[in-house]
Design a protein around this ligand. Structure first.
Ligand SMILES: Nc1ncnc2c1ncn2[C@@H]1O[C@H](COP(=O)(O)OP(=O)(O)OP(=O)(O)O)[C@@H](O)[C@H]1O
Length: 219
């Protein structure tokens, strides 16, 4: 599903923050992405999200060399990718239901087509009673479950998560990772960036470790 060949990334004229990345991620797998602060986890996720282009090397995703795609094709490919951020990024003026439905609305689907799916997904993530609440009234864990639901409502094949448990307590962190694990069991490929060692130890998924600009996969 993902293949990096000799990929390097620099911002502007700065030094390479990622260098000689060579790895493959098979469909249906779950990887933790870890490494010290500043090692380039967010930068690597932005390459995978197609919001940054590498300075060198080749990135193949879904069978296509993404460095050769024009903007329209990149946008089409982007629809196969979901993203969850540490700081949730929900829209406060929309209800929880409307936040989760937004990606489908943007795709032009009529509400009659998606209402049931959105409600079912919200119940599945445990927000069945919170659908009409606005995000400022949700707890941290509830906000992140809403953000996860929004990220997967359009059924992405690849789900990226950047420190998704950074703003919730350890017990909730574990429950959120169980949610990602469930999504993975239903076929979604997952790459979850975290530096929380207890989570890495508790869930035995392989680790992509970034260090000194390079990456190694363990486990
Ligand atoms: N927009 C940018 N412009 C210039 N340099 C950047 C930019 N974004 C990140 N960097 C640099 O790239 C390097 C990797 O940053 P990145 O945010 O990818 O690391 P990280 O592993 O996600 O860090 P953290 O765990 O602290 O969030 C850092 O040296 C950072 O200063």
């Amino acid at each position: 599903m993902i293949e990096f060949n000799d990929v390097g990334l620099r911002y502007g004229q700065g030094p390479e923050v990622l260098k000689d990345l060579n790895f493959k991620v098979e469909p249906g797998t779950f990887h933790f992405l870890t490494g010290p602060s500043g090692s380039g986890k967010t930068s690597l996720l932005r390459l995978l999200l197609l919001s940054l282009k590498p300075s060198r090397g080749r990135i193949t995703m879904f069978g296509q060399d993404v460095t050769k795609l024009d903007q329209d094709r990149l946008l089409q490919m982007r629809r196969h990718i979901g993203i969850v951020f540490q700081e949730f990024r929900l829209l406060d003026h929309l209800t929880t239901y409307e936040n989760v439905a937004l990606p489908l609305r943007v795709l032009g689907q009529p509400e009659s087509d998606y209402r049931e799916n959105v409600e079912e997904l919200l119940r599945w993530v445990g927000l069945g009673e919170r659908m009409s609440a606005h995000p400022p009234l949700l707890s941290g864990g509830e906000k992140q479950r809403a953000a996860i639901a929004r990220a997967v409502i359009a059924r992405p094949e690849l789900l990226l998560a950047d420190e998704p448990t950074g703003n919730v307590d350890p017990e909730l962190s574990e429950r959120l990772v169980h949610l990602f694990a469930e999504l993975n069991r239903s076929g979604t490929t997952i790459i979850l960036a975290t530096h929380e060692l207890p989570l890495l130890d508790k869930f035995g998924y392989p680790r992509m470790v970034l260090r000194d600009g390079g990456v190694n996969i363990h486990g």
